[in-house]
Write a protein that binds this ligand. Structure first.
Ligand code: FAD
Length: 236
């Protein structure tokens, strides 16, 4: 029987691995390569701040797993891994539901000879009280789209407003690493774009962006010299 390699998680690591193994072992028929992901498409996570700000249409930049599998000699299965039986060498996938809540795929099991788990990570809120309930996180495409929708809704409400009051929006970004800094810059641009497109009840100067960082400066992971040129390049 052909050796079965199952990779769970089609992110930066899992997708690359499935593609490379598919193009080599899969193509030669030495092994069967299967990628499992909870979503049908992949979007490169470092682009999520652009999805959140609305400067990137996620459906234009996403990669479809089914097509990627077809071109690169591996198989794709849609489903969220919910359990693992190492004795029987099987993984369990939970049932998948469509947007209307109707079951699309039933819960099922898949057998493997070699299993790679590459399900990524999520933001650490360090147990900060209220963070999980009240903050928007930026780990997945859905979360980025939710942020963008809330931003747009705020502008639409202001646009429909009947009073002469000055409309404002405040966004607090926790974490001044690359994502936080880039998001701040993208939002600054978005404020100008939205006003230029007619949603001008909130003037660009009335979008207040606060970047919160525990360290002494923004972009703490960058060396001091890189930090200076990056900030200068981005903000002028
Ligand atoms: C907003 C943001 C910006 C970033 N910017 C940068 C950057 O500029 N440079 C950089 O080097 N890194 C950046 N990173 C980090 C980088 O994206 C991660 O290091 C990288 O994506 C990790 O790859 P991974 O394959 O381990 O996991 P991921 O890319 O997170 O992929 C995990 C995959 O597993 C799937 N999955 C999760 N759970 C299950 C399950 N139970 N069953 C089935 N599938 C599952 C998910 O749908 C996803 O497709 C950024 C991350 C974020 C969130």
């Amino acid at each position: 029987m052909t050796h079965r390699i199952v990779i769970v998680g089609g992110g930066a690591g899992g997708l690359e691995l499935a593609t490379r193994l598919g193009k080599t072992l899969g193509k030669r028929g030495t092994a069967s390569v299967m990628l499992v992901d909870a979503n049908l498409t992949h979007i490169w996570k470092p682009l999520l701040h652009e999805v959140a700000a609305g400067s990137l249409n996620s459906s234009e930049d996403e990669l479809n797993y089914v097509a990627q599998a077809k071109w690169n000699h591996f198989e794709f299965q849609l489903g969220r891994m919910s359990g693992l039986d190492r004795q029987r060498k099987r993984i369990q996938l939970a049932a998948t539901y469509d947007e209307a809540g109707v079951e699309l795929l039933p819960a099922r099991e898949l057998g493997y000879d070699t299993l790679v788990i590459a399900v990524g990570s999520t933001t650490n809120d360090f147990g900060t009280q209220g963070a999980a309930q009240h903050c928007l996180f930026l780990d997945t495409r859905k979360q980025a789209e939710r942020f963008h929708q809330q931003l747009l809704n705020h502008y639409l409400r202001a646009h429909a407003g009947q009073t002469d009051a000055v409309e404002q929006i405040s966004v607090a970004i926790v974490g001044a690493g690359a994502t936080g800094v880039e998001l701040a810059a993208e939002l600054h641009n978005a404020a100008h774009e939205l006003a230029a497109y007619g949603l001008d009840r909130i003037q660009p100067e009335n979008m207040h962006i606060t970047l919160i960082e525990a360290g002494p400066r923004v972009l703490p992971a960058l060396p001091e010299c890189g930090f200076r040129s990056t900030v200068t390049g981005r903000f002028g």
